[in-house]
Design a protein around this ligand. Structure first.
Ligand code: GLN
Length: 194
């Protein structure tokens, strides 16, 4: 059983733990550098990226996280977690920093206050059929991608809402809240291969 951590500083930690355990992974909460050192993969949950950024610094996890990502640890970020994985951020608040790793520009809260939450079905060729029923909650968009980044899901208008780059996976939406397990299953395959 791969041991997969969920960064447990803030956000929808429990929902990710439930999906990972359902898929047979040994899910464990990560709040300290020693806990991070013991995992084979890590999930960055949805929540509020600026808060997770602040707490990561307070808990002295920021540098170990950056180092773990740089050394190839498989990491899956949903929503706020995708923001944390992005090298570049637009519309961050309070001087927030990301951990980086994905060669992308993400725009935080890209759908604005008018439509801050919505659901839609996405065709994700990587996962086959059926379509993914995706829930977006004050979600980010991926606005620019570097050449090593593979967009894996787009809205009907072409805007990018999921990406993969090496051992990193990010989605603007929240599979962990809809019973959609295929992203986590794909992530576990990256963890097993690493
Ligand atoms: N808007 C949040 C942020 O900036 C993300 C929302 C979410 O994770 N559902 O981090």
């Amino acid at each position: 059983h791969p041991r997969v951590g969920v960064l447990a500083l803030q956000g929808d930690v429990r929902e990710h733990v439930r999906v990972l355990e359902h898929l047979g992974a040994d899910a464990t909460l990560v709040r300290r550098p020693e806990e991070l050192a013991r995992v084979d993969g890590l999930v960055l949950p949805g929540g509020e990226s600026s808060v997770i950024d602040k707490l990561a610094r307070i808990f002295e996890l920021r540098e170990p996280l950056v180092a773990a990502i740089a050394s190839g640890l498989p990491v899956y970020g949903t929503c706020a977690g995708l923001i944390l994985l992005a090298d570049r951020i637009a519309d961050g608040i309070d001087g927030q920093q990301t951990l980086g790793g994905l060669d992308v520009l993400v725009r935080r809260n890209a759908f604005g206050s008018q439509v801050d939450s919505f659901e839609t079905d996405l065709d994700v060729p990587l996962l086959g059929s059926p379509d993914v029923h995706a829930v977006f909650i004050r979600a980010p968009l991926v606005e620019e991608v570097g050449s090593a980044v593979e967009p894996i899901a787009r809205l009907a208008d072409g805007r990018i809402v999921a990406v993969r780059q090496g051992n990193l996976l990010g989605t603007s939406f929240h599979p962990e809240v809809t019973g959609e397990h295929r992203f986590h299953r794909h992530f576990l395959s990256l963890v097993k291969a690493a």
